[in-house]
Design a binder for this molecule. Structure first.
Ligand code: SF4
Ligand code: SF4
Ligand code: FES
Length: 253
């Protein structure tokens, strides 16, 4: 996961409070939210990210795609009158009245260094680098925290059983946001453990693609070098045209 940082640079909260707002701001209902403990008024349809930017906070690193894909904007929050500490992606979660908001700057996480070519696709490989996987107490806090609705606890259980391919499949949509690890009482980093399971599965357990092997062999023989040189000389417009008009031999959804 990328290092994340939020630069806090906001106006005085009371300057924001009140029904009127400048002409260049959207005309819609404003609702109160608490950001880092201070009250601000923000448009009710905004996400946490856009609401924080609306009142003057600047995101330098705890931000990426803004579309729910990169996992950089993990956040925790509480709702008024609710004991529960909630989790989500700040770019996807719409503000609610009297939300208590904060951005998580970074999730510290151990990521093992290994040579995948020297490992076998078996439980012992995971155990060697992440022995803490056996500390799981099956509390399901990780699954409840996951903004991707991944069955995190289930993939951990599959790993413990040595079913790496199943774990790889269950964890496939992980965006490495870190929220499962933040909530884990066993203090494991589930997403890095799952990453190793997916790498082992990809390298050893899935069938080889004949198509890919052929292309790689052709590349090694230098078959595409002339064509690549030609592409390098094209303008951005020509490249875009070629890309959008290319023939595909698979279906795009
Ligand atoms: S499995 Fe963990 S890191 Fe992956 S998306 Fe879910 S909460 Fe985020
Ligand atoms: S939060 Fe940790 S201990 Fe609880 S089920 Fe998930 S991996 Fe296991
Ligand atoms: S900014 Fe990428 S998931 Fe929110």
């Amino acid at each position: 996961m990328d290092e994340k940082e939020v630069e806090v640079k906001a106006p005085e909260p009371e300057a924001q409070a009140g029904p009127a707002y400048p002409d260049d701001k959207p005309k819609e209902n404003l609702i109160p939210v608490f950001i880092y403990g201070k009250r601000f008024f923000v448009p009710e349809s905004f996400t946490i990210i856009t609401a924080m930017e609306y009142v003057g906070f600047q995101f330098k690193k705890a931000i990426g795609c803004r579309e729910g894909f990169c996992g950089a904007c993990a956040t925790i929050y509480r709702l008024e009158g609710d004991y529960k500490l909630r989790t989500g992606l700040a770019c996807q979660t719409v503000v609610e009245p009297n939300m208590y908001l904060v951005q998580i700057p970074f999730t510290p996480a151990v990521k093992a260094v290994y040579d995948i070519s020297k490992l076998k696709p078996e439980l012992a490989s995971i155990q060697r680098y992440y022995p803490e996987v056996f500390r799981c107490v099956a509390c399901n806090s990780c699954t409840k925290a996951c903004p991707q609705e991944i069955e995190v606890m289930d993939y951990i259980q599959e790993i413990k059983r040595g079913n790496l391919a199943k774990a790889a499949d269950l964890s496939f949509d992980c965006i490495m946001c870190g929220l499962c690890a933040v909530r884990c009482p066993a203090e494991m980093v589930q997403y890095n453990i799952a990453l190793l399971a997916r790498r082992l599965t990809g390298r050893y357990l899935l069938p080889r693609s004949a198509h890919l092997a052929e292309r790689l062999a052709e590349q090694k023989e230098g078959r595409y070098e002339k064509e690549i040189e030609k592409l390098k000389g094209l303008s951005r417009e020509e490249l875009t045209k070629r890309y959008t008009e290319r023939d595909l031999d698979f279906k795009v959804f």
